[in-house]
Write a protein that binds this ligand. Structure first.
Ligand code: SRM
Ligand code: SF4
Length: 568
């Protein structure tokens, strides 16, 4: 007997290529919401219905419907945007959204709190700015993330080219997007040709799918957290190809050991010319072998573990006709961002700015929205969003640096100059009040816990120590917490699992050190470990490595990189 498919699979089949009744739902003035089924389909268009959880209970008592609104996510391959796009996005944030602009952990913008009547207007404004939101969420390949900064060297520019090629190659082909949001107008990159989905078919993929490209020595995309991680291999100053890692992913469920974070397995090397064929073979293998009965096992990582890495690789080679040769040597040095001015090979400048949890709003701590608007009005180059929720003002001529510096200082965007080591690496996911899955605070907890950690670190002379710190409001892991040297993963309001021991380069997962603890215990536990670290570390040893060497935590079980490569 064949197993029953998950309800969402039937919904996709019945949706007429992602149309459902979204259009009718948008036109219904009685409610601020759309139907549950349409909300599932809406994700494929790059938006989620949410409600303000801060007022949920109060509204329930008053017998009001929840305060519905929509989150919108842009699709920006490699996170590159122009000043004109910046100004258009800023206008959407100012006119129709509630919490400014938000840079995500996948190098794009989100807008939160957009009301139903403004949803179509916002998506239209995004496409008018020559961007889109298609397939920014949903069971499809999302935008491809890629190493910052695209203009730093010729290799970075080439890698950006490949990120765009791959991102475009796996866009859905349905006309539904143009029909619903653009009144049927054809927009070339969005609606190419006939309405068939040659790669996805009617049921698209079993689950979300993510691709990222890193350029060593910087693992700023967390390449081993991607369904497909591509590691650019540069030999004799040429981009000769990519090592291919498959089956990375972070999401897990508390108390369910059958779900787990996993680092990508490196299965081989391919040349740039073959990378699209290899990616397509991986995607279609997942399409055909991924679990469509149990959604919690539907990510590529479970398909890879069910089939076995070797069989999966053989299937990819068979489908693509490409032989994957032995992985080439590479070495990562860190997985966070760099800050301040960096001069590129072509003499142009790039300024890396740190943003608390990627949230761009005007607050007492900095006028991020108006400051960046003023910069976008005069900037001649590009902007680049990073996977660590930060921002690069890219491609600046030497003569324009002083003006940018002046605006940065004027709007208090210069915190990067004085930040502590731990602050420079911190990522916190959105969580409350918009995320429907949050169990604890994250973005709003970061400014509470960080000064306390900074205080402890200062007492041990560790203010400048860069320790990768991640907070997530639930185990889904949107801040990639399983790659934090220190991580807090939400269990309930005010309670977190404390995880320790990932490494500084994003190549080792951490493990749970203490479960379900509150702030006092988090701080006292870390205080003791910081004290030991300050006294007993050797040379430049990182915190996570120290904890493993001293067996404070067990050696994590999954070692992803064949040792032969690490020591090569
Ligand atoms: Fe995520 C779901 C926010 C990156 C793993 N994520 C969600 C939702 C949409 C909640 C929902 O399903 O109702 C969150 C919306 C919150 C809000 O109010 O905005 C959400 N995820 C985010 C963002 C905005 C976090 C951030 O602080 O920046 C990131 C948007 C990225 C983007 O631009 O596309 C974000 N999410 C990630 C990452 C990190 C990454 O991809 O590098 C992960 C871990 C990697 C992975 O996919 O394994 C991640 N998000 C999840 C999961 C768990 C998936 C799984 O395999 O179990 C969920 C839940 C789900 O899919 O059912 C989820
Ligand atoms: Fe929401 Fe959980 Fe993702 Fe945080 S990790 S944004 S709480 S789904």
């Amino acid at each position: 007997m064949t197993e029953k498919i998950a309800p969402i699979e039937q919904l996709k089949i019945d949706s007429n290529y992602l149309r459902g009744t979204i259009q009718q739902g948008l036109a219904d003035p009685i409610t601020g919401a759309i139907s549950e089924d349409d909300n599932k389909l809406l994700k494929f268009h790059g938006s989620y219905q949410q409600d303000d959880r801060d007022v949920r209970e109060e509204r329930r008592k008053q017998k009001l419907e929840p305060a519905y609104s929509f989150m919108i996510r842009a699709r920006l391959a490699g996170g590159v945007i122009t000043p004109t796009q910046w100004l258009a996005f800023d206008k959407i944030a100012t006119d129709w959204a509630q919490f400014g602009l938000r840079i995500t952990t996948r190098q794009t913008f989100q807008w939160h709190g957009v009301r139903k009547p403004h949803l179509k207007l916002s998506l239209r404004a995004i496409t008018d700015a020559l961007a889109s939101t298609i397939a920014a969420c949903g069971d499809v390949n999302r935008q491809v993330v890629s190493a910052s900064n695209p203009l730093l060297s010729e290799h970075h520019a080439l890698v950006q080219y490949w990120a765009e090629q791959i991102s475009d190659a796996f866009l859905p082909k349905t006309n539904a997007y143009a029909e619903i949001w653009l009144d049927g107008e054809k927009v070339d990159a969005l609606t190419q040709g006939d309405e068939v989905e040659p790669i996805y078919g009617k049921t698209y993929l079993p689950r979300k799918f993510k691709i990222g490209i890193a350029v060593p020595p910087l693992n700023d995309v967390d390449v081993f957290a991607q369904d497909i991680g591509l590691i650019a291999i540069i030999e004799q100053d040429n981009l000769v190809g990519f090592n291919v890692a498959i089956g990375g992913g972070m999401g897990a469920t508390h108390g369910d050991d059958t779900t787990y974070p996993r680092l990508g397995s490196v299965i081989g090397f391919t040349t740039p010319e073959n990378v699209l064929a290899v990616a397509q073979a991986i995607i279609t293998t997942q399409r055909d072998h991924g679990n469509r009965q149990e959604r919690r096992y539907a990510r590529l990582k479970y398909t890879v573990d069910t089939m076995g890495v070797e069989s999966f690789k053989a299937e990819v080679e068979r489908r693509s006709g490409v032989f994957l040769s032995a992985p080439r040597h590479y070495r990562f040095e860190q997985n966070g961002d760099r800050f301040g001015w960096v001069k590129a090979a072509n003499g142009r400048w790039h300024l890396g700015l740190r943003i608390d949890s990627g949230r761009l709003m005007d607050t007492a701590q900095g006028s991020w929205l108006s400051g960046m608007r003023a910069i976008a009005q005069i900037h001649q180059g590009h902007f680049r969003l990073t996977c660590n929720q930060n921002l690069i003002i890219a491609d600046v001529a030497t003569r324009d640096k002083a003006k940018i510096d002046e605006l940065v200082a004027q709007h208090q965007l210069d915190g990067y100059q004085t930040q502590s080591g731990i602050r420079s690496t911190t990522i916190a996911c959105v969580a409350l009040p918009t995320c429907g899955l949050a169990m604890a605070e994250s973005e709003r907890y970061a400014p509470v816990i960080l000064p306390k950690l900074e205080h402890l670190l200062a007492q041990h002379g560790l203010t400048n120590e860069r320790i990768v710190f991640r907070i997530s409001g639930c185990p889904n892991g949107c801040s990639r917490p399983y790659l934090g040297e220190i991580a807090l993963v939400g269990r309930a309001l005010g309670r977190y699992d404390l995880r320790l021991g990932a490494n500084f380069t994003g190549e080792r997962l951490n493990v749970i050190y203490k479960q379900n603890i509150a702030e006092e215990e988090i701080l006292s536990t870390l205080n003791e470990l910081f004290s030991r670290f300050a006294k007993d570390r050797v040379d430049q040893e990182h915190f996570g490595d120290f904890l493993v060497r001293h067996e404070v935590i067990a050696q994590p079980t999954q070692k992803l990189i064949p040792l032969v490569l690490q020591s090569a």
